[in-house]
Design a protein around this ligand. Structure first.
Ligand code: G6P
Length: 593
């Protein structure tokens, strides 16, 4: 959701900012813009367009610039149009800004300070720019910016250009993420590590309520009172998986195929021979609590449901799963010693941040499981565990979901007295994933032939039901087919009324105790005309089962059963001609509540 990139230095700011914005495309956006310093006229020029970055790129009339800022907008205040796209420049032409976040008191500020002013856009951002320009008439621009920052309620990651000083860039952060990177050639600022990759050697993730004054070869960090703050940069080693598509047509397909490698990497990061490599302090702290509460959103919440099963069955600790946006404002009654696990691929989801603020106030202990070790939720929690899934670019999450389940299984195991060889079981699962990924034709055919109806159902019991919820989310996210995941036994209590000739129903069957029951439910819908597909394991297969997976440890079955469902979603979207990696209305990192 919304992206920011800025550059100041010896290299070409136009290229760096443009490439940075492209790397942030995966977050979701609906318009894009840049402000570049034109060295011949000695002026900043704004370019902005509704739609894809490609359209913006075609509109750029400058080839080279030493300084520039850019933005991808995901509309929250005001329609999707050129006027509302960032950057915004003050009426007097002196300040240009880009902003991520939401300014809750923007209307109040407009009324108080600009009663007779006509704003050019409908955004909550433009008022920040006008306020800075107003105060800068009476004081140095650093003081004016800091003064305005103190007036803002809400969240911001902000870049500010003062046209009177084209050798300096200002930046500020509160709640929305912002990082600064440094190399011998210049300074780059971005709202996401991906924007810094390739340009910076070292980086610093900014804390809330900090303010930066950046020049071509250095920067100074301040608090909002103007006190200089010390800082320590870290090396930027975005290793791992490349962020290019390579041989694949879509990032989603690439990321689906990366899952065995991700699993192997998790094994290598979390196991020393057969001993588990998780900080004793994390294990001892969880053990000193009597109940775990998992908080998450979307796909991560579905991984949390699988995690609950693993934590309860391996380590006997009662575990509850909550939707973050509900928990933030309807906190249930907690027991004596609750421990909290936040699961978030991005580590930036605003619903979770709202929960974390409350939990910290109440002095609860919190562990974040995330793919981004520099993320807000990782930095602000007491403990963090990394997913090591590499950058996930497609909006629809795949490899981060399986990585979440794998890390949760290792955590659950570390908390338990289990003696089976989890490392070996996970390796066998990676092998089974790989084996299955070659057999994509069945899913492609099912998606093409059967997913023609406007709706679809997944059914399963226990962890298969939870995988069904994730499978349904994946299918609706990218194919726009209305899909529901159902506890197989519950379907007959109402929803079966929707089954008609040709309705697709997909069953996931991984548990020998409930296999018969789910098969009966499948027969019930079949006899009402449903087109069915069964996903099961070698040990449970029956004649006619379409997708048969290699046997693995049943506790780990969700790592494998989800893969055919990801491919079904992928091929359904492909046949419908949708933008698979950037589905409509969705954002990868949802930084508003
Ligand atoms: C958005 C994404 C989903 C994701 C959810 C939670 O809605 O589109 O794919 O599952 O946010 O994100 P998180 O980064 O917290 O896992």
């Amino acid at each position: 959701m919304c992206g920011i990139v800025g550059y100041l230095g010896k290299d070409n700011a136009k290229e760096i900012v443009l490439n940075g914005l492209k790397r942030l495309e995966y977050r979701g956006y609906d318009s894009a813009g840049m402000s570049l310093f034109d060295e011949s006229s000695h002026k900043f020029v704004n370019f902005k367009e509704k739609g894809r970055i490609k359209i913006l790129e075609e509109s750029l009339t400058l080839d080279h610039s030493s300084m520039g800022i850019g933005h991808t907008r995901w509309a929250t205040h005001g329609r999707v149009n050129r006027e509302n796209a960032h950057p915004h420049t003050s009426e007097d032409g002196r300040f240009t800004i880009v902003h991520n976040g939401v300014i809750d008191n923007h209307n109040k500020l407009k009324k108080l300070y600009f009663e007779n002013h006509t704003f050019k856009s409908e955004t909550d951002t433009e008022v920040i720019c006008e306020l800075i320009a107003l105060y800068a008439q009476k004081m140095p621009s650093t003081d004016a910016i800091r003064k305005v920052l103190k007036m803002l309620h809400g969240s911001y990651a902000l870049l500010v250009i003062d046209h009177d000083d084209p050798n300096t860039l200002y930046a500020a952060k509160f709640k929305s993420p912002l990082l600064i990177g440094k190399s011998d050639n210049g300074m780059v600022i971005g709202s996401d590590m991906m924007a810094l990759v390739g340009t910076a050697d070292n980086y610093l993730a900014l804390d809330d309520e900090t303010f930066l004054r950046v020049t071509k070869n250095n920067f100074t960090l301040y608090d909002l009172d103007g006190e200089v703050l010390p800082y320590q940069m870290s090396p930027l080693d975005i290793d791992d998986f490349s962020s290019e598509k390579g041989e694949f047509d879509h990032y989603m397909l690439k990321e689906i195929h990366e899952q065995p490698a991700v699993l192997r990497r998790i094994i290598s990061k979390y196991f020393n021979d057969t001993t588990i490599h998780i900080d004793d302090e994390i294990i001892n702290t969880i053990k000193s609590h009597d109940r775990i509460h998992i908080l998450a959103a979307g796909t991560s919440m579905h991984a949390g449901l699988i995690g609950k099963g693993l934590l309860e069955s391996f380590s006997n600790i009662p575990t509850e799963v909550h939707i973050a946006s509900e928990f933030a404002y309807q906190q249930p009654l907690l027991g004596e010693k609750p421990f909290f696990i936040l699961i978030s691929q991005s580590g930036e989801t605003a619903d979770l941040r709202a929960c974390l603020v409350n939990l910290k106030k109440a002095q609860h202990k919190v562990l974040t499981i995330t793919n981004v070790r520099t993320s807000t939720l990782a930095r602000e929690a007491d403990f963090a565990l990394e997913l090591h899934a590499g950058p996930e670019i497609a909006v629809a999450s795949t490899k981060a979901y399986t990585a979440q389940i794998a890390v949760l299984s290792i955590l659950a195991y570390a908390l338990s007295n289990q003696s089976f060889d989890l490392k070996r079981e996970l390796s066998e699962t990676a092998q089974a994933m790989e084996h299955f990924l070659d057999k994509y034709e069945v899913m492609e055919k099912f998606a093409k032939d059967y997913l023609q109806k406007p709706n679809c159902f997944y059914i399963g019991r226990g962890s298969d039901y939870y995988v069904g919820l994730e499978a349904a989310l994946k299918l609706k996210e990218i194919s726009y087919i209305q899909t529901e995941g159902f506890a197989a036994g519950e379907l007959k209590h109402g929803t079966i009324a929707l089954i008609e000739e040709g309705t697709p129903v997909i069953a996931i069957i991984s548990n020998d105790k409930t296999a018969e029951n789910t098969r009966s439910n499948l027969s019930e819908v079949k006899s009402r005309g449903a087109k069915t597909l069964t996903i099961t394991f070698e040990s449970l297969k029956e004649n006619g089962d379409e997708i048969v997976l290699d046997n693995i440890n049943p506790s780990l079955s969700p790592l494998l059963t989800v893969i055919p469902t990801q491919l079904i979603a992928y091929y359904a979207a492909l046949h419908r001609g949708h933008d698979i990696d950037k589905p409509r209305n969705l954002a990868k990192s949802v930084t508003v509540e």
